[in-house]
Design a binder for this molecule. Structure first.
Ligand code: PHE
Length: 459
């Protein structure tokens, strides 16, 4: 029988962790959701609120998750059980595991679309089509159950294959290959976009905050986006932290991951905004921005099919390194708590997410009632949108609030500080960190949760 000890793993180096952590953080959230929501919420002003939230709230929560994980060497449920045995805190860990299952289900569906688009752009399907025809290609693709469920199945299988390899030979090895590739493709796209005629307008929209276009909802969307983008609130960073060595500097690793994530989100905006404006397209096009607006743009540039294919490879790479970190949370729970082998744990976690993703895949117009479950603030929500709202937003915010309160007040800022100082003897931020994790983060996240309850359509 396998024991949890030999089925767990450790990162081979600090760099290995940084790339895997950044691989988790950098995903559809950075390249799809960030430019899209920034476009809908006043460009530069959104970017400023986003950056402030990362620095003032999210970083403290990320450090809290990593120290919980490294200290206990456990998955989220095990971590709470170890530090607060016999209390209800373990339910916060269980919420994290359920959230991992919930997010991975619909994340894999959307990632499947990006995967399918690699082949569509490479085959030149969009060449010469009008904007209306391009929109039709997208609708036909996502409403065709064979394609949408098929691509979802392929994507989930890829994720599981990487996870079978374990921490070092699976997650870390693939992050080390895919993250530099992602950066390379992204830089190429940025270079193309900012040199287009008329790119300046987009750069201004993106870099000059127009506070008049910023609403309360925009602020909530920016802060929520920051949590989603840094993979906080469901225990991904607890789990990845549990594979960190005591010798590594946890604080600088966290700063690296948060900075890389922010840098790549900003770069994605530089790749997309100038192009949108150069072609007179609409930055507030929402979800269709990537799958409808961009193929229009690729049609109009030299070697467009090549850049288009590169872009969807980029999105796919970003998505796979995130999805492995989402599925790893339930998998680590099964390994630690149920003493399963890694193979069995990953198979159950991945297959469960695949099954839950089927109604999500069918909710984009294929099955009427699944596509139109309820209406919030004038927006129609289907099953996929609802999963995103419940797991991708509320659960992550509740989880982040819980982890800040637990680390700040229950386990205690002193213990967290002692963990941070391991592997970093010169650490001297104890007072500042205690302030951030005890006061700043809980108050800000509680305020965010209240706003989300008041404006559920903020995202
Ligand atoms: N951070 C990932 C992204 O931006 C999504 C994610 C959320 C990953 C929560 C893990 C946990 O796409």
């Amino acid at each position: 029988m396998n024991t949890s000890g030999n089925e767990r793993g450790v990162w081979s180096s600090k760099l290995g962790f940084i790339l895997a952590g950044a691989g988790s953080a950098v995903g559809l959230g950075n390249i799809w959701r960030f430019p899209t929501t920034a476009g809908e919420n006043g460009g530069g002003a959104f970017v400023v609120v986003y950056l402030v939230s990362i620095g003032l709230i999210c970083l403290a929560v990320m450090i809290a998750e990593l120290s919980l994980g490294r200290h206990t060497q456990r998955n989220p449920v095990g971590a709470y059980k170890t530090l607060a045995p016999g209390t209800a805190w373990k339910y916060l860990g269980i919420l994290g595991v359920l959230t991992g299952w919930g997010i991975s289900s619909f994340y894999s569906v959307v990632a499947g679309w990006t995967f399918g688009y690699i082949f569509k752009t490479a085959a030149g399907v969009f060449s010469g089509l009008s904007p209306v025809e391009i929109e039709k290609v997208f609708t036909d693709f996502i409403t065709n159950p064979v394609y949408s469920i098929g691509c979802h199945a392929i994507f989930m299988t890829l994720t599981m294959l990487i996870l079978f390899g374990g921490v070092k030979a699976g997650i870390e090895r693939w992050s080390k290959i895919l993250m530099p590739l992602l950066l390379f493709i992204l830089l190429l796209l940025v270079a193309r976009s900012v040199t287009l005629d008329g790119a300046g307008k987009g750069l201004r929209f993106y870099m000059m905050p127009d506070w008049g276009a910023m609403t309360g909802r925009g602020v909530v969307a920016a802060v929520g986006q920051a949590f989603f983008s840094l993979s906080l609130g469901m225990g991904t960073m607890i789990t990845y932290g549990s594979y960190l060595s005591k010798k590594d500097n946890l604080l600088s690793s966290a700063v690296w991951v948060a900075s890389l994530d922010t840098f790549i989100a900003l770069l994605a905006g530089f790749a997309i905004m100038p192009a949108i404006f150069a072609f007179g397209l609409d930055p507030a096009k929402g979800a269709g921005l990537i799958f409808v607006v961009l193929p229009n743009m690729f049609n109009k540039i030299f070697l467009g099919n090549l850049f288009g294919t590169g872009f969807f490879v980029l999105l796919t790479v970003a998505a796979v390194t995130s999805l492995i970190s989402i599925v790893e949370v339930p998998a680590a729970y099964f390994i630690d708590e149920m003493k399963m082998s890694r193979k069995k744990a990953v198979s159950i976690a991945g297959f469960g997410a695949f099954v839950a993703g089927i109604p999500a895949a069918l909710s984009m117009g294929t099955v009427g009632w699944l596509s139109d479950l309820l209406t919030i603030g004038g927006k129609k929500l289907g099953f996929l949108d609802l999963m995103n709202l419940v797991f991708g937003q509320y659960s992550l915010i509740i989880g982040s609030l819980g982890v800040a309160i637990f680390v700040g007040w229950n386990w205690g800022a002193d213990k967290a500080n002692a963990e941070i100082a391991e592997g970093n003897p010169k650490y001297s931020g104890q007072t500042i960190y205690a302030f951030f994790i005890r006061f700043m983060a809980p108050v800000a996240v509680a305020a965010l949760l209240i706003c989300l309850i008041l404006f559920p359509d903020a995202f």
